[in-house]
Design a protein around this ligand. Structure first.
Ligand code: AMP
Ligand code: MG
Length: 313
């Protein structure tokens, strides 16, 4: 299969209607979409990514009014979260609508639903006129793609088309909140922070990183570039050479000793840059990537979650 590069969201939607899979931009990372109501099309997502079948997909819709197409019920706390944070980088776990095929939810009775804010994603989903099941558009286990070039590098020839839409501006995946528990639970930290969620759901809790797995995706290997990832407190803890790279907030003493360096102004810039940095390092044949730790507060919680997973192999 040759993968088409598209710029027109309406043309991309014709592939979804034909049961094909299409990568599309969102504000978090690029997604790999298929018609959520077409199980054979959804199966193609798992095949293209090599995704374990026990890892459920997030269903994307254009507006909050369409959430009931995928969810059997929308509890009051979910209504409030939708009102306050969507469209935006938040995924809600809700009771599954009986018409959503089991393959989408990996057999669970719940479904993840998200409304992306990215204008190209909005135009695409509106043109699809069906809920679109989509995980991140990377081979399973690899870093999520934040550019169409990274999608192409990972999945060229395995998917029908890529809808181009520039760099993803958040760069980390959505925050996943389980609204079927009381109180609601943050299953995956993301761009919407715990402090922001507390303004709407004051009793919201964070699922422990260890212990029983609530979100199946969290148990799989994640975000790993080909290079080895090592976490350091400060640049002084790294050993620079031309086959290693550094990314962090503080500048290393001898940046020219590295094969590649990114010094980020703040945590948001670091989150935005991380997966693209991994992509560039792999392209350059970098062997070792030193990543500076950040404080696990605000967006730093999501960034540290991705860094810890990238470093665990
Ligand atoms: P990805 O889109 O590749 O970042 O993966 C989607 C994430 O959402 C994974 O961590 C999934 O385990 C999680 N997810 C999707 N649907 C559900 C669900 N029904 N219950 C719990 N977690 C889910
Ligand atoms: Mg993913």
């Amino acid at each position: 299969m040759s993968t088409r590069l598209l710029t027109d969201p309406t043309e991309a939607a014709t592939y979804i209607k034909a049961g094909q899979v299409v990568a599309f931009p969102t504000e978090t990372v690029y997604g790999l979409g298929a018609d959520a109501f077409n199980p054979e099309a959804v199966q193609r997502i798992f095949e293209a990514k090599g995704r374990p079948s026990d890892n459920p997909l997030i269903v994307h819709v254009a507006t909050a009014a369409e959430v009931p197409r995928a969810a059997a019920a929308v509890p009051p706390v979910a209504e409030r979260l939708l009102e306050r944070f969507t469209p935006g980088p938040l995924t809600l776990i809700l009771p599954r609508h009986p018409e959503v095929p089991r393959i989408v939810t990996a057999g669970l009775d719940t479904v993840g639903v998200r409304i992306p804010a990215h204008p190209v994603a909005q135009a695409f989903l509106t043109a699809c006129n069906t809920p679109v099941a989509a995980p991140s558009a990377n081979p399973s286990g690899r870093p999520s793609p934040t550019s169409w070039e990274a999608v192409k590098a990972g999945l060229d020839g395995r998917i029908a088309a890529i809808l181009k839409g520039g760099r993803a501006n958040v760069g980390l995946e959505s925050t996943v909140v389980d609204c079927t528990t009381a109180p609601p639970t943050i299953l995956r930290p993301g761009a919407v922070t715990r402090a922001e969620l507390r303004t709407v759901a004051p009793d919201i809790t964070l699922a422990p990183a260890t212990g029983p797995v609530r979100s199946p995706g969290q148990k799989h290997r994640h975000y790993t570039p080909s290079a080895t990832v090592r976490l350091v407190e400060t640049p002084a803890d790294a050993s620079p050479d031309s086959t290693s790279a550094f990314i962090g907030i503080d500048a290393p003493a001898r940046p020219s000793a590295y094969g590649r360096v990114a010094v980020c102004a703040d945590v948001a810039a670091y989150a935005h840059a991380l997966f693209d940095f991994f992509f560039q390092c792999d392209r350059d044949g970098i062997q070792q990537i030193y990543c500076q730790r950040v404080t696990s507060e605000g967006l730093g919680l999501a960034l540290m979650d991705r860094l810890e997973r990238a470093a665990a192999r």
